[in-house]
Design a protein around this ligand. Structure first.
Ligand code: AHN
Ligand code: ZN
Length: 330
């Protein structure tokens, strides 16, 4: 089943593009504007679910562990298999406990196209379950099925779709590392440090993009997009830096019946990977992140952030909305 969208302005644009062509064809009847359509691929949530599970099956993707290395290789290989141009960057970054080797992985489509959209998610999983109800679990790493793997899984499924049908805009998929290794709760002395030990990979990328002077029209960050019944409020930094992108994405979601996830209410400011993209790289970037009254959900930074708590329906709501946004952009 393909989804069809009326797309009247596309025809006008293509006519101005090729004025020589238009002259030659002047005698031909013009296509009426309201028959112009764009076909958006259908997001396969089961496929996305499998990409989430494949990451979790490596074990926690804590930087500098064998599972992390193996999963990074897998992600680069999948992007390559789906026809992306893959670039990686590694950097030694300052974590609160010392240096950490981080690896950002970028898959680009239609690289010559100057009109680009950036899609990103963090691929590392947290080294500590410091919000677990059982203190004995605090020093265990999280599976990060939702916190990490869900966003990456949705983007891998989008990569697979991009290969089959090229949209009008170029797409860059950025998997950032070392987002989730910020100081655990017991290091409360570091809370007031001026250093932000979260989002290390995206901070590095924003200052050192994979391509000199890299720009995109806008960016969309996915963070914790797989929980059953997840709600995504309009996050405050997103509203501050990219209100038009929030508007576009939430309208698209609500128009397609995903309003139970993409709720209209606003949230507070969340320090996440979109902040350096906005502040350092100057790309308007939003964060689609699960948030409820009591924070990031019951399983956040606990031993229960597992595949049992991943719902294909939520992956679909986010993935289909993104595909609609991508294919309607021109
Ligand atoms: C903080 O808790 C500082 N920021 C939320 C970003 C985050 C953590 N996303 C996933 N894990
Ligand atoms: Zn986290």
């Amino acid at each position: 089943m393909k989804q069809l969208f009326l797309f009247p302005t596309l025809i006008l644009l293509s006519m101005t593009f090729s004025s020589c062509e238009a002259k030659k064809q002047q005698s031909q009847p013009e296509e009426s504007a309201d028959t112009a359509t764009v076909t958006v691929p259908v997001f396969n949530a089961d496929s996305a679910y499998r990409y989430v599970k494949a990451q979790v099956d490596f074990g926690p993707r804590v930087p500098e562990t064998p599972a992390h290395k193996a999963c990074g290789d897998y992600l680069a290989e999948e992007l390559n298999r789906f026809g992306a141009t893959v670039v990686e960057q590694t950097a030694e970054l300052q974590a609160f406990y010392g240096k950490v080797n981080a690896r950002n992985i970028i898959g680009s489509y239609d690289v010559e196209n100057p009109n680009r959209i950036l899609l990103l998610a963090h691929w590392d999983s947290r080294a500590w379950s410091d919000h677990d109800s059982n203190p004995e679990n605090w020093r265990k790493p999280v599976d990060g099925a939702n916190d990490g793997a869900s966003g990456v899984g949705v983007l891998l499924e989008i990569a697979r779709q991009l290969q089959t049908q090229q949209p009008a805009v170029g797409i860059d998929i950025l998997f950032v590392d070392a987002e989730d290794q910020g100081e655990p709760r017991w290091e409360s002395n570091l809370r007031n440090s001026s250093q932000n030990y979260w989002c290390l990979g995206s901070q590095y990328w924003a200052a050192n993009p994979h391509e000199a002077g890299y720009k995109a029209r806008f960016g969309i960050l996915l963070d914790m997009v797989g929980a059953p019944g997840a709600t995504f409020p309009r996050e405050a930094y997103s509203m501050q830096f990219a209100p038009h992108v929030v508007e576009k994405v939430w309208n698209e979601a609500q128009a397609n019946g995903f309003g139970q996830h993409f709720v209209s209410k606003q949230s507070g400011y969340i320090t996440d990977d979109h902040v350096p993209v906005n502040q350092v790289r100057g790309i308007p970037c939003i964060d689609i992140i699960q948030l409820t009254e009591n924070g990031f959900g019951n399983y956040w930074h606990t031993q229960n952030d597992t595949m049992e708590n991943i719902a294909p329906a939520t992956l679909r709501a986010v993935g289909q909305t993104l595909l609609n946004i991508i294919y309607k952009e021109y």
